[in-house]
Design a protein around this ligand. Structure first.
Ligand SMILES: NC(=O)c1ccc[n+]([C@@H]2O[C@H](COP(=O)([O-])OP(=O)(O)OC[C@H]3O[C@@H](n4cnc5c(N)ncnc54)[C@H](O)[C@@H]3O)[C@@H](O)[C@H]2O)c1
Ligand SMILES: [Zn+2]
Length: 306
């Protein structure tokens, strides 16, 4: 690392030398957050690291964590997405072991779900369904050549099965997490996991990058408050399904994804809906948090004038 280098950082903080880092599992570093596997910037339980939406960031083990970018300012918005959602979407497709010619259903058309669908296509999927109900997000699904499934217009599992000869997809991705809502908007923490168990065909694989937490004080039931969900384990077993979970190991993919961007083979910033100065962050977060239509992904530009 030299002063003046242009770099992008993973949202994970990792040491580079513990046994998980050495195995490429940098989302589960054993060193940077004592007593816990994994550290991240500005994230609950993930260590003493301040958030990255700032003009300056203190970076431990910088030589290991920084990914070098070409000089200049080309692909700036695409490269910014290498910090989290592009590698996270790619991780989802990797956990689901998406391969050429396969069909995939993705629940959630937020930034992570859109990147998961995009990554599934990079990995050669022939048909990708993305489930959500926010119109602007479903439009982006269509724009990348995936099939939008609007769950406010009817059971998403039936809609997916109708378009896969009644069989369901080969693979499935959870890009929603425990804050999944039913059609009317009430929170049902296990809804997306159970939908995947139904929508994916027997022997399929599930990639779960949507967040689940060991305790959720705002959870709708006593069990949910303790991170215990009513999950269709019997159906999962009966169908011989497998499931991969967890934080994305950004460093396992960000160099390769950077090179796809440089080669013109990937341009993830298609999903950016706003580019705003840092001062607009509180308002932008509020709008994003409400899933306001038209606020899919905000890129903050420190130094840009309000
Ligand atoms: N594993 C990781 O490393 C990692 C990294 C980044 C984000 N995440 C997690 O990924 C998840 C998605 O992130 P995001 O930024 O895209 O969030 P987001 O909230 O913008 O997107 C979630 C989308 O899911 C939709 N949704 C809600 N209930 C649904 C249902 N029943 N069926 C289908 N869609 C439904 C919502 O309308 C929303 O558009 C979050 O849980 C986030 O914490 C994980
Ligand atoms: Zn480590």
């Amino acid at each position: 690392m030299k002063k003046g280098d242009r770099v992008v950082l993973p949202f994970n903080v990792a040491c580079g030398f513990c046994k998980n880092c050495l195995a490429g599992q940098t989302g589960f570093c054993l060193v940077v957050n004592a007593g816990f596997a994994g550290g991240a910037y500005g994230y609950v339980a993930m260590g003493p690291y301040r958030g990255g939406q700032a003009e300056y960031l203190r970076v431990p083990f910088a030589d290991f964590n920084c990914l070098q970018l070409p000089r200049g300012d080309e692909h700036e918005d695409d490269f910014a997405l290498l910090a989290d959602i592009f590698p996270t979407g790619y991780h989802a497709a990797t956990l689901a072991e998406v391969g050429p010619g396969e069909s995939v259903c993705v629940f959630g058309a937020g930034p992570v779900g859109l990147m998961a669908a995009y990554s599934a296509m990079i990995k050669g999927a022939s048909k990708v369904f993305v489930v959500d109900k926010v119109p602007g997000r479903l439009k982006l699904v269509e724009q990348i050549g995936a099939v939008p499934i609007d769950f406010s217009k009817g059971d998403p599992i039936a809609q997916i099965k109708d378009q896969t000869d009644g069989e369901g997809t080969d693979k499935g991705i959870d890009a929603v997490g425990y804050q999944a809502t039913a059609e009317q908007g009430e929170e049902q923490p296990a809804l997306v996991l159970n939908s995947l168990v139904e929508a994916v065909r027997p022997t399929g694989m599930l990639g779960v990058v949507g967040l689940y937490v060991p305790s959720d004080p705002g959870g709708p039931t006593e069990h949910a408050k303790n991170g215990e969900l009513l999950f269709k384990m019997g159906k999962l077993f009966e169908k011989g399904l497998r499931m991969g979970t967890g934080q994305a190991n950004v460093k396992a993919y960000n160099r390769q994804l950077r090179d796809l961007i440089i080669a013109g083979r990937a341009a993830p910033s298609f999903l950016a809906t706003q580019r705003l100065p840092l001062e607009s962050a509180p308002d932008a977060y509020k709008r994003f948090d409400k899933r306001e239509d038209g606020w899919t992904k905000v890129l903050l530009k420190p130094g840009q004038n309000a």
